[in-house]
Ligand binder design. Structure first.
Ligand code: GLU
Length: 495
C-alpha cells in the first residue's frame, strides 16, 4: 500500500437474514478505523450466493446499522422507503455487477490464469472419495486444466455445463501480511484450484471480493479470522490481475464461554435479538468493541462512548486469540447505560416492553403511564435489560398472596405485628394522595424509628408478599395510596 492511497474501508455483509453480532463487531471496527483516520466507509452487499439470500435482509441490515449508529459514506441507503445507492463506485450490490465479473474472468482465461472445468459433481465426488482413501487432501486433480481451447469450445458449443477455476501456481509461498496477525505464510501446493465462476454465471465470493475491493479502491480489508484461509487465494488473484494488495486485518473469532465458536445453541447471535430484549445500542456497541480489542495497558475503564472508541481504536489493540462473549458483562454495560437515561427517555423506550406484558391490558388506563414511570424510577438502578422491566416485582401488578406468619418480623408477636401495620395504615391514611417518593420516605422513616425491622418488615410483607423487594416505602409509592392501604387492610384481616 502506498502512503498516498486514499483510506477506504468496506463492510461487506451477506444478506442472509439477520445481522450476526460478529458482523456488528466487524462493521464497528471498520467504522472506527475509517473515522479515526479520516477515511471513507463503504457498504457493499455480497449476495453472490443466491441460495442463501433472504428477502428483506438489506432493509434489515440498514435498519440495524442506523440503530447502532454506524454511518456509511457510500453504498445502499434507504430513501423514502426504497433502497437506492450513494457514492461513485457503484453498483454496491454484487448481483448487479455480473457483467463486471464476467469481463474479469475472461481476462484471467485469456491469460491462462483460469480454465474451464466440465467435471460433473459425480466425478468430483468419486475423486474426493479416492483421495480420502489414499489419505490425500481433497483437491481438484486438474483433469480439465489440460484441455486445449478447441476441446473447450466444442464442449461449450455442445451445451456442456462448466465452471471456471483459477490456476493456482504450484510450489510457491504466499505471505499474508496482516495488521493483527503479522506475516502468515501459506504454501500454494495446499491451495485448491478454486472455482471463481459457477455454472449459473455467478462469480464465487473469492473472485467477486477481489474484483470489487480493487475497483472500489479499498485500502483496508477488515474481516473475521474465518476468512484468513481465503486470503492467499485472493492474493494470488490480485497477482494474476497485476493489482496492488489492500492491507488485510483478520479479527479474532467470537467464542461461547466454553470456548466453542459462538453459536445460536448457547445464546442469541442476532443483533436483532439483543435489540428486542432491550439492550441499548450504545451498550451493545460498547460491549462488542471490547470483543477482541482493548485500548491498552493502564486503561481500566470499560465504558466508552462511540466518539471515545473512535479516538482510541487502533489495530495494535486487537488481539489474536478468540474473544469470549460474556453475557454478564454485556448486562453490566447495559445496566450502566440504562442508569444514565433520564426517566422520560427510559420511559419512552421501555413503553413497548411494558405493552407486551401480560398484566398491561388489565391495568387502569388512566393511571397506567404514571404507574409505569414510578416502576421505572424504582427499577432503573437494577435493570439489566429493558424487557425485564417489572419482572422482579410482580407484586406491583398483581395482588400478592400473604400469610399471617410471613408478616411477623423475627420473634415478634401478633400484637406487635398488628400494631406496626395499624401504624402504617394510619400514617398513609393521613397522608395526602399526591405523595411524592421523598415525603413518603420521610414520614415512614420517621415512624420506623430505631427498630426499623419491627415497622418496615410487616409493611413490606403486606405490600409485596415477597422476601426481596425494593424498599417498602418505594413499594408503597409505586402502588399508590389506594392499593397500598387495601393490601395493609387485607393483611390486618389475617389476624
Ligand atoms: N461477505 C462476507 C460475510 O458476510 C464478508 C467477507 C469479507 O469481508 O471479505 O461474512
Amino acid at each position: 500500500m502506498t502512503s498516498e492511497r486514499e483510506l477506504r474501508v468496506r463492510m461487506a455483509p451477506s444478506p442472509t437474514g439477520f445481522v450476526h453480532v460478529g458482523t456488528l463487531r466487524t462493521v464497528l471496527y471498520d467504522a472506527l478505523f475509517a473515522q479515526k483516520n479520516g477515511g471513507k466507509l463503504v457498504l457493499r452487499i455480497e449476495d453472490t450466493d443466491q441460495s442463501r439470500k433472504v428477502e428483506g435482509s438489506v432493509e434489515n441490515l440498514l435498519e440495524v446499522l442506523a440503530w447502532a449508529g454506524i454511518l456509511h459514506d457510500e453504498g445502499p441507503v434507504i430513501e423514502n422507503g426504497t433502497i437506492t445507492e450513494k457514492g461513485g463506485y457503484g453498483p454496491y450490490t454484487q448481483s448487479k455487477r455480473l457483467e463486471i465479473y464476467k469481463e474479469h474472468v475472461n481476462l484471467l482465461l485469456e491469460k491462462g490464469h483460469a480454465y474451464h472445468c466440465f467435471c460433473t459433481s459425480e466425478r468430483l465426488d468419486e475423486m474426493r472419495a479416492l483421495q480420502q482413501k489414499m489419505k490425500q487432501p481433497p483437491m481438484y486433480d486438474r483433469t480439465c486444466a489440460q484441455l486445449n481451447s478447441e476441446d473447450v469450445n466444442k464442449r461449450i458449443a455442445a451445451g456442456e455445463k462448466y465452471v471456471v477455476r483459477m490456476r493456482v501456481p504450484r510450489g510457491e509461498e504466499v505471505v499474508v501480511d496482516d495488521l493483527v496477525r503479522g506475516k502468515v505464510v501459506f504454501q500454494t501446493d495446499t491451495i485448491d484450484d478454486q472455482v471463481i465462476m459457477k455454472s449459473d454465471g455467478y462469480p464465487t465470493y473469492h473472485l467477486a471480493v477481489v474484483v470489487d475491493d480493487h475497483l472500489m479502491n479499498i485500502s483496508h480489508v477488515i474481516r473475521g479470522e474465518e476468512w484468513l484461509p481465503s486470503t492467499p487465494k485472493h492474493i494470488i488473484l490480485y497477482n494474476m490481475f497485476g493489482w496492488p494488495l489492500p492491507q488485510f486485518a483478520h479479527l479474532p473469532l467470537l467464542l461461547n464461554p466454553d470456548k466453542s465458536k459462538l453459536s445460536k445453541r448457547q445464546g442469541d447471535v442476532a443483533v436483532e435479538d439483543y435489540r428486542a430484549k432491550g439492550y441499548l445500542p450504545q451498550a451493545l456497541v460498547n460491549f462488542v468493541a471490547f470483543l477482541g480489542w482493548h485500548p491498552g495497558k493502564g486503561e481500566e475503564r470499560e465504558i466508552f462512548s462511540y466518539d471515545e472508541l473512535v479516538d482510541k481504536f487502533d489495530f495494535s489493540g486487537v488481539h489474536k486469540s478468540g474473544a469470549i462473549f460474556d453475557i454478564d458483562k454485556l448486562n453490566k454495560v447495559n445496566s450502566h447505560y440504562i442508569k444514565q437515561l433520564s426517566l422520560e427517555d427510559l420511559y419512552a423506550i421501555t413503553k413497548s416492553f411494558f405493552e407486551n406484558k401480560k398484566y398491561y391490558a388489565d391495568m387502569d388506563v388512566e393511571h397506567r403511564d404514571d404507574m409505569m414511570r414510578r416502576v421505572l424510577a424504582v427499577e432503573q438502578d437494577r435493570l439489566h435489560v429493558l424487557s425485564a422491566v417489572g419482572d422482579d416485582n410482580p407484586f406491583f401488578f398483581e395482588e400478592p398472596v400473604v400469610e399471617s406468619e410471613f408478616l411477623r418480623w423475627k420473634k415478634n408477636t401478633d400484637k406487635q405485628t398488628i400494631e406496626a401495620l395499624t401504624k402504617a395504615q394510619s400514617i398513609l391514611m393521613a397522608h395526602p394522595e399526591e405523595w411524592t417518593r421523598e415525603n413518603l420516605e420521610s414520614v415512614l422513616m420517621e415512624a420506623a424509628g430505631e427498630k426499623r425491622g419491627d415497622f418496615l418488615w410487616p409493611l413490606r410483607a403486606a405490600l409485596t408478599g415477597a422476601k426481596f423487594s425494593p424498599s417498602p416505602i418505594d413499594c408503597a409509592w409505586v402502588l399508590g395510596r389506594e392499593k397500598a392501604l387495601k393490601r395493609i387492610q387485607k393483611a390486618l384481616e389475617l389476624f
